[in-house]
Design a protein. Structure first.
Length: 389
């Protein structure tokens, strides 16, 4: 049995790539298809797979400017030759879902989000002040084409089953593609977070400086409260955010996991003010016993239990966040209960549930179940778990 694994691009190990790695571990010898691969940026497991890339791989400086090629990516992803593959697994936040499977094969797509730039986050990337007038004009010009393509390749003829990473994204899938998606939540590597808690007076925020993360909201709130906030990360909005920050805000730049784990253990609460598809960092914080103060829409509502493992706030305003911080200061949290919430989102549970979706899609396509079971046989949880067709 031949299995193809498809991912948009591999330029680093973030939440989506760890999910993709967990998918790869289900099968003994899958082959990897991706538009662009940057050596030295992914795990040994992914780096060791037989790999197929697009012509983007040969474009100078594409590793830094690959997003500029978005209008061409649909054609590039459709050019991959998947003849001879029985099962196609795509991990898609952009165009990976659009690969052309061979007639008779089965395609299961794990959707991290419908193409963010063109659907529900368009204004975050191309709204006033987010991009130059020329870029905004170009984005508006290509948006109808990319939306039409994205919707057409999401048909049942191209994708047998769609899996969403949260109920929030499943709702977006239904709006964009008129398809129902089964939800299989991502996970955090809980083995990292075993240090005892020694909380101080600092609050913590970790993530890329992208528009949807709303780091600006956190900075404005902590400027007004004059409370200490540590911000870990880097990204496109960094210069603007640094100019906004007052004396109580500390920027660390990117840090290794060991240093971030120390901050998880020693800070007072984790700040998560953006509208996220799911959100891995709140899980990491809770696994460390660190309560989360998060925006009460999107993925955070599926991981953070208000009043138990953190505080959820609405509306998404500076005043809303300030009220949540003040509420947090008045609330007592049980560290064991906070940690226990994160333990519901493990790698093994993700693999067990995702394998179940694949098996059902395989069976629904009229395939011999034994063929897939033999491919999954090396994966111990798949043998042990009860996964009904």
């Amino acid at each position: 049995m031949r299995v193809a694994l498809v991912h948009d691009w591999l330029t680093g190990m973030r939440g989506g790539e760890y999910v993709f790695e967990a998918m790869a571990a289900l099968f003994p010898n899958p082959e990897l298809f991706t538009l662009l691969y940057v050596p030295g940026t992914v795990s040994e497991r992914l780096a060791g797979l037989k790999r197929h890339t697009s012509v983007l791989q040969r474009v100078p400086s594409a590793s830094k400017r690959y997003r500029h090629f978005l209008p061409f990516m649909p054609r590039l992803i459709e050019k991959f030759d998947l003849r001879g593959f029985d099962l196609v697994i795509s991990s898609s936040h952009c165009v990976a879902k659009g690969v052309r499977k061979e007639p008779g094969s089965v395609h299961v797509s794990y959707v991290h989000a419908p193409m963010r730039y063109m659907w529900f986050r368009f204004e975050d990337y191309f709204g006033p002040g987010r991009a130059s007038p020329a870029v905004r004009l170009a984005a508006h010009a290509v948006r109808p084409y990319l939306q039409h393509w994205d919707r057409s390749v999401s048909s049942r003829e191209r994708v047998d089953a769609i899996v969403a990473n949260s109920r929030f994204i499943a709702q977006q899938v239904e709006k964009a593609y008129d398809r129902q998606a089964e939800v299989v939540h991502p996970f955090a590597d809980l083995s990292r977070f075993t240090r005892p808690r020694t909380p101080g007076d600092k609050y913590l925020m970790v993530g890329a400086f992208a528009p949807n993360k709303r780091t600006d909201l956190a900075i404005e709130a902590f400027n007004r409260l004059k409370l200490p906030l540590v911000i870990v990360g880097q990204g496109q909005d960094e210069n603007r955010l640094r100019r906004m920050a007052g004396p109580s805000i500390e920027f660390t730049g990117p840090l290794p996991n060991s240093a971030i784990d120390t901050l998880y253990s020693s800070c007072k609460a984790f700040i998560f003010p953006g509208l996220e598809d799911f959100g891995i960092t709140p899980l990491e914080a809770m696994a460390s016993g660190l309560p989360v103060i998060g925006y009460g829409e999107g993925g955070a509502t599926e991981t953070v239990v208000d009043g138990k493992s953190g505080i959820l706030f609405r509306p998404q305003t500076v005043d809303g966040l300030i009220d949540a911080i003040r509420r947090f200061e008045r609330t007592q949290f049980d560290e064991r209960e906070v940690r226990a919430r994160a333990k519901k989102f493990t790698r093994t549970e993700f693999q067990r549930r995702f394998a179940g979706v694949v098996r059902r899609a395989w069976s629904n396509a009229g395939k011999n179940p034994r063929t897939l079971d033999n491919a999954l046989a090396h994966f111990e949880p798949a043998r042990m778990a009860s996964l009904a067709y």
